[in-house]
Design a protein around this ligand. Sequence first.
Ligand code: AMP
Ligand code: MG
Length: 524
Amino acid sequence: MSERPPHQAEPAPTGSEMHSSHQFMALPRLCYQPSAPQPVNQPQWVAFNQPLAAALGIPKDLWLSDAGAEVFGGNHVPTWAKPIATAYAGHQFGHFNPQLGDGRAVLLCELKHANGKLYDVQLKGSGVTPYSRNGDGRSPLGPVLREYIVSEFMHRIGIPTTRALAAVASGEAVYREQAEPGAVFTRVARSHLRVGSFQYIMVRGDFDALAALADFAISRHYPELAQLSDDDSSDCRSDETPGNRYLGLLDRVIEQQAQLISQWMSVGFIHGVMNTDNTSISGETIDYGPCAFMESYRASQVFSFIDKQGRYAYNQQPAIAHWNMARFAESLLPLIDNDKQAAIEFATELVNSMPQRIEAHWLRVMGRKLGIAEPGVGDKTLIEAFLALLEAHHIDFTLGFRLLSDEVSNHSLPHQVFLNPTETDAAGNQAFAHWRDRWQQRLQLEETTLKDIQARMNAVNPLRIPRNHVIQQVIDAAYEHGDLAPFNQLMAALENPFHEDCQFDDYTQPANPEQQVSRTFCGT
Ligand code: AMP
Ligand code: MG
């Protein structure tokens, strides 16, 4: 779950000094390579996240200053940074690539956040590294703006995610289909460990390095497991304990991923590229390449241009997360038990628990969207029936849930959003009215007032999301006129996405047919 509930201010800055560390560099050299960022021509500020900077203790003389643009553009490596590129492998669209790694990113250091936890600070788009293969190590401004907007929005609505600290234009062109302005993004994450980090070591057969990496992940994310034995799981396994600490690690990561995926589903988020190298061990959403939020609800919706088979469609996300956890389990097998068959058995049992775990989290988050505080198994059909209505009548996912709260005590005509203007026989409206009766009966079992139910619903159903066409308008304005005002306005509109605010009404509306963006691109 998120480290803090949505729409609360960032923890107050401690005013303390910045605490930087380089714990990743204590791992075996197989895991990383030193790699300095490559300087850019003319670093210029695009965006800076001051509350996050304060929480991380970033010195104020770097805040939106020329000196800061030099650091976050990659031109100057400060004493608190020791840049490295980390190694990883990954299953990309189901095919294993044993050699990926940070091809256009460097980890500068870890910093201690005001919440007491360590966070990675990474420059992305900072030039070639030993893992760049044929890439240029750079990033265009468009994907940088998209990641900045969407990752900060996810944080606002309480979904675990990497964060955006800074975006600096490079003053250089990046050549993709055409020349685009380049930028360097500073990403902050609980860590950048991915399933692919483990696959990289596993496939090279260095099991000591694998144990070191797993212990690093445990100490960083699941320290309560550190006291568990690293003996064979068969020696210490009981019904109460998850076995040895590596089996515990698998259990925790499955749990975090199960929570994360159900949260994505609850806001119509489609990640678009759920490769194992984009699957975080911390359970944060990472890599916002071709991601998008659905507008009109369609369970099989795909946005990414490269996802021709729909592998990462909205409704495939739970199954893909499950598949990714099976790949994670495989990469931990030598640590789980020396007896391979036993290791497979223990790991399989955990991996097989994932669909039920996702379903349980999904039921909880979706039920709450309907105003049900403690949804039970019996509520599943109610949720599914509502989704079926959204799909059959092409209703906007976000507004469908949000405006439903107006219906809590409404016994007359359904709200406008549920009226399909093309539907002359009003069958859809009847179907909705029927569902609404069922739902209102269910709400009578909630031990609270209708007003309270309404408030609860509005606290979990965002009114504003970063809609695709709006993100596109933001990028177009930045590209065509160097105009960042639309970016700043959108960031302001998403600051409190649950609160009604008439100055941001434009951001609540779905795209009209001419504005619709039905395809997204990685743009890397
Ligand atoms: P992504 O699609 O961002 O998850 O990246 C997949 C892999 O391709 C990672 O190893 C990246 O580091 C690498 N990569 C993506 N874009 C570039 C680039 N412009 N230059 C070098 N490597 C890249
Ligand atoms: Mg990636």
